[in-house]
Design a protein around this ligand. Structure first.
Ligand code: ADP
Ligand code: MG
Length: 718
C-alpha cells in the first residue's frame, strides 16, 4: 500500500489501497480514473439503513433489517402478465418470507444459497413474518461486512453491472480521509459563514459518509451552490465580454416621438406593456447593445411593443427588422403593421421565401440603399445577400422556434467593421416568446439576456373554458361546434398528422397502437357525418405557400367556418372571430404546445372554448396529468412550471444543445432560491473584480475555467 501522504487528487485508481486493476477498470467505465474523480463521484441519493437484527427479533408492522441465506424461491403466475416472485430467507433464529410483485427479473438475481440483506416492513403472515417488496442487497460471502448495529444514512451511487453501489462505497470509504485533506476550498470562511455553507472538504465527507440526513442535505446545498455559482460567474462574465466588444446605435427618444408612435396604436397600452416599453426605451437609447427577452403569454400583446421599438429605430433614421418563425406569422405581422402605419411615411416591406426572384432582387437593393425602414420576414432574412444600410433594431418573434445559431446570425447583420473604438456595431436585439421561460432557466441558459414580462392580458379577454373529453363524446363535441357556427363564429380543429398512418408502435398484448387522427380522415368525418354542410378549409405544412395564404385569407374573411389543421397554426395566428378549438389526440402534444394552440381562440370579446379529445388508449398517466393541468390552469407561466415538474429540465428548450454541462448536484426545479443567491453573489463578485483575477479568486477562477471556459468561450479571461 503506498504511503497515504503520497496521494494526490491525480493519483490513478489502481495505485489506491484496495483498488485492484479489475475494479479500476470497472470504475473507469463510469468515468472515474483517479482519486479526484473518485471523490467527485457523488452519490445520487442517500438511504436510511436500519440497524440489523436477527429474524426472530423483527416485529410485525415495523421497518426492520436482517440478513440470512435464501433457502427457496418460486415464481407464482397470475394471468398472462401478472406474476410475483417469492423467496424464503433463513438465519439461525428463524425464517422470513419475502415477496416481490411484478418483479420477475428477481428470478434471475436470487437463488437458493445466496447470502442477502433485506430491509422493509415486516407483516404477520400465518405463524411467521413476511416482507413485501423489501430492499435487497446481495452479500459477497468472501468479504461480508459485519452487521450494522445502529441505523445510519448510506450513500447510493449510480452503479453498473460490474460494480455495485456498495463496492463503490467501500472503495471510497478507504481513501476518503486522506483525500479530504487534499481538498482546498475556493470560498473563504467568512463568505461561507454568511451563507451557512459547510466547508468544501466537509461537504464531500458528508456526501460520502453522512452522520445524519441533515448533514447530507447541508452538503448537497453547498455543492449545488458551487455549481450554480460557477455557472452564474461564467454566463455573467460572458455577457460583460460581449458588451465590451460591441456597440449599438443609441436611438433618440423624446416625448414627441413617444406621442407619434402611440398615436399609431388602435388602443392604449396596458400597464404591463407600458412597463416593457419603459425597459425598451432605456435599452435602446444607450450605445450598449440590447439583448432582451420579452416574454408574455399568448395574446398578451407583444407585437405592438415590438412595433414601438421598431418605430424608435425609424425615428432615428435607421432600419428595423422583425423575424417570425413561419410565413403565416410573417404575413400576419406585415398585415397588422401596415394597417397601423397606414398613411405614414414609414416604408414597410415583407421578405419571405415566397417572394419571387425579381421582386426579391429589387427589395434587397432598396434595403441596402436604406429605402426600406422596416422589414418583416421569416428566416429568409438570414440568407446571404440580405444587407441592410443601417440596421439598429432586430426583433425575433417566438424565439423558441429558432436555434441559438440563427439568432447569432441575425445579430451579425449589422455593420461588421469595427469602429474607431475597436468595437463592432451591432443591432439591439429583442427576443419575444410566448413560451414563458421559467425564471430558473432564464437565469441559467439565458443568463446573458435581460428579461421583461407582460403578465396580464389586455382588458376584456374572457377565460377559455377548457375540457378534456373521451373520444366517445366526439359527436357531442361537434354538436357544440355546430352551435357556435350557427351563431356566426368559427372553429379550429387540430389533428396530429396529415395523412393516415399508424405511428409504427406495436404494444405487446394490445396490438397495433391506435392510429393518429389525420387531416385526411378527419376531413372525411367532418364533411360526411360530424358537420355536414359546414365550410371546412384545410391547412398543413405540405401545402404550397399560395395555397396556405388563400386558406388563411378565406378563414380570416369568414368564408370558411372551420379550419382543419395540423399544428402549423400553433404560433401567432390571430382570428378573433374563431371561438372554438377542438384538439384531437390531444395527448400527443406537449403542454406548452397545447397552450399555444389554445391561444388561437379567446382573442376577441366572445367567450371561447377549447376541447381536448384524448385519443383512445394512448397516453398514460403523464399525458393525463398534462391534459388535466391544461384544463385547470390558464396562466402560461404556471403551466410552464407544471411542465417542468412533469418533464424535468433536460428536455426543455435547447438546454442540451447549448453545450452547457449537466448539473451533478443542482436541480433547477428545486433550487430556485439557491440559484437566486448564486446569481446575486456572482454579480457582486464580478462587480468587484470583473475578470476574477485577484489573488483571493485564483482557485475560483481556475474552477470556473475548468467547468465553463470551453463551452462559453471564456478562454481569454483573466
Ligand atoms: P402576442 O403576445 O401573442 O403576440 P398579439 O400581439 O398578437 O399577442 O396581440 C393579441 C391581440 O391583442 C391582438 O389582436 C392585439 O391587437 C390585441 N391587443 C394588444 N395589445 C392590446 C391592448 N393594449 N388593448 C387591447 N388590445 C390589445
Ligand atoms: Mg405574437
Amino acid at each position: 500500500m503506498p504511503a497515504e501522504t503520497n496521494l494526490s487528487l491525480t493519483t490513478p485508481l489502481a495505485d489506491l489501497p484496495g483498488v485492484g486493476p479489475r475494479r479500476a477498470e470497472f470504475l473507469a467505465e463510469l468515468g472515474v480514473r483517479n482519486l479526484g474523480q473518485l471523490i467527485a463521484y457523488l452519490p445520487t441519493r442517500h438511504e436510511r439503513e436500519e440497524a440489523e437484527s436477527a429474524i426472530s427479533e423483527l416485529s410485525a408492522g415495523a421497518v426492520g433489517c436482517a440478513r440470512g441465506e435464501i433457502s427457496a424461491t418460486r415464481v407464482v403466475k397470475r394471468g398472462v402478465t401478472r406474476a410475483r416472485f417469492e423467496a424464503v430467507m433463513i438465519d439461525e433464529t428463524g425464517r422470513l418470507d419475502l415477496v416481490w410483485f411484478n418483479a420477475l427479473y428477481m428470478a434471475d438475481r436470487i437463488h437458493p444459497g445466496l447470502r442477502v440483506r433485506v430491509q422493509g416492513k415486516a407483516d404477520r403472515r400465518g405463524p411467521g413474518l413476511r416482507m413485501t417488496n423489501p430492499r435487497l442487497e446481495v452479500l459477497d460471502p468472501r468479504r461480508e461486512e459485519a452487521a450494522s448495529k445502529d441505523s445510519r444514512v448510506r450513500p447510493v451511487y449510480s452503479a453498473s453491472e460490474r460494480i455495485s453501489s456498495r463496492q463503490i462505497e467501500g472503495i471510497i470509504s478507504r481513501v476518503l480521509a486522506p483525500a479530504l485533506t487534499l481538498i482546498q476550498d475556493h470560498l473563504s470562511p467568512e463568505y461561507r459563514a454568511q451563507r451557512e455553507l459547510p466547508e468544501l472538504f466537509a461537504a464531500y465527507r458528508a456526501m460520502h459518509a453522512p452522520a445524519s440526513e441533515s448533514e447530507a442535505l447541508a452538503a448537497r446545498r453547498r455543492l449545488a451552490y458551487d455549481e450554480l455559482l460557477l455557472l452564474q460567474l461564467g454566463v455573467q462574465i460572458k455577457r460583460a465580454q460581449r458588451r465590451e466588444r460591441a456597440r449599438a446605435t443609441a436611438l433618440k427618444w423624446t416625448q414627441t416621438i413617444d406621442n407619434k408612435i402611440r398615436k399609431r396604436f388602435p388602443f392604449a397600452l396596458t400597464e404591463d406593456q407600458d412597463g416593457v416599453v419603459r425597459d425598451i426605451i432605456s435599452d435602446l437609447t444607450r450605445a450598449t447593445p440590447t439583448n432582451r427577452l420579452i416574454q408574455g403569454d399568448v395574446g398578451s400583446g407583444k407585437t405592438v411593443v415590438a412595433l414601438y421599438a421598431m418605430l424608435m429605430a425609424v425615428a432615428s433614421k435607421t432600419q428595423a427588422a422583425i423575424m417570425a418563425p413561419t410565413e403565416i406569422l410573417a404575413d400576419q405581422h406585415f398585415a397588422s403593421i401596415t394597417k397601423m402605419l397606414a398613411g405614414s411615411e414609414v416604408r414597410v416591406e415583407l421578405l419571405t421565401g415566397a417572394v419571387k426572384p425579381a421582386a426579391r432582387a429589387l427589395l434587397l437593393e432598396r434595403l441596402a440603399r436604406g429605402e426600406i425602414d422596416l422589414l418583416v420576414g421569416t428566416h429568409a432574412l438570414l440568407t446571404k445577400g440580405v444587407r441592410f444600410s443601417n440596421l439598429s433594431v432586430v426583433i425575433i418573434d417566438e424565439q423558441h422556434r429558432f436555434g441559438v445559431h440563427q439568432r447569432a446570425a441575425l445579430r451579425s447583420k449589422g455593420d461588421d467593421a469595427a469602429g474607431a473604438d475597436g468595437r463592432v456595431l451591432v443591432p439591439h436585439v429583442l427576443v419575444m416568446t410566448a413560451t414563458p421561460i421559467p425564471r430558473t432557466l432564464a437565469l441559467t441558459l439565458f443568463g446573458d439576456l435581460d428579461v421583461s414580462t407582460i403578465r396580464r392580458l389586455p382588458p376584456g379577454r374572457k377565460a377559455i373554458a377548457t375540457r378534456v373529453v373521451q373520444p366517445a363524446m366526439r359527436a357531442e363535441v361537434y354538436r357544440f361546434v355546430r352551435s357556435r357556427i350557427d351563431r356566426g363564429e368559427q372553429a379550429y380543429v387540430v389533428v396530429p398528422a396529415i395523412e393516415g398512418a399508424d405511428d409504427g408502435l406495436w404494444v405487446p398484448g394490445v396490438g397495433a397502437a391506435p392510429r393518429l387522427r389525420s387531416v385526411e380522415e378527419t376531413l372525411k368525418d367532418l364533411t360526411e357525418s360530424l358537420l355536414p354542410g359546414v365550410r371546412v378549409g384545410v391547412m398543413h405544412g405540405r401545402l404550397r405557400q399560395d395555397e396556405r395564404d388563400k386558406v388563411m385569407k378565406q378563414f380570416r374573411e369568414q368564408q370558411l367556418d372551420v379550419l382543419l389543421s395540423t399544428t402549423v397554426i400553433e404560433v401567432g395566428v390571430d382570428v378573433p372571430n374563431a371561438t372554438v378549438m377542438v384538439i384531437e389526440d390531444a395527448e400527443r402534444f406537449g403542454l406548452a404546445q397545447l397552450h399555444q394552440l389554445r391561444g388561437r381562440v379567446g382573442r376577441g370579446s366572445k367567450s371561447s372554448a377549447c376541447v381536448l379529445v384524448a385519443g383512445a388508449g394512448a397516453g398514460g398517466e403523464e399525458a393525463q396529468a398534462r391534459l388535466e393541468a391544461l384544463a385547470k390552469i390558464s396562466d402560461g407561466f404556471k403551466l410552464a412550471e407544471r411542465d417542468l415538474e412533469l418533464r424535468g429540465f433536460g428536455e426543455i428548450m435547447g438546454l442540451k444543445q447549448s453545450g452547457m454541462p449537466p448539473f451533478r448536484v443542482a436541480d433547477l426545479s428545486k433550487d430556485l432560491n439557491l440559484l437566486t443567491l448564486a446569481s446575486r453573489d456572482a454579480a457582486e463578485m464580478i462587480g468587484q473584480d470583473a475578470t476574477l483575477s485577484g489573488p483571493s479568486a485564483k482557485l475560483l477562477h481556475k474552477r470556473l475555467m475548468k467547468a465553463h471556459g470551453q463551452w462559453l468561450g471564456l478562454a481569454d479571461v483573466g
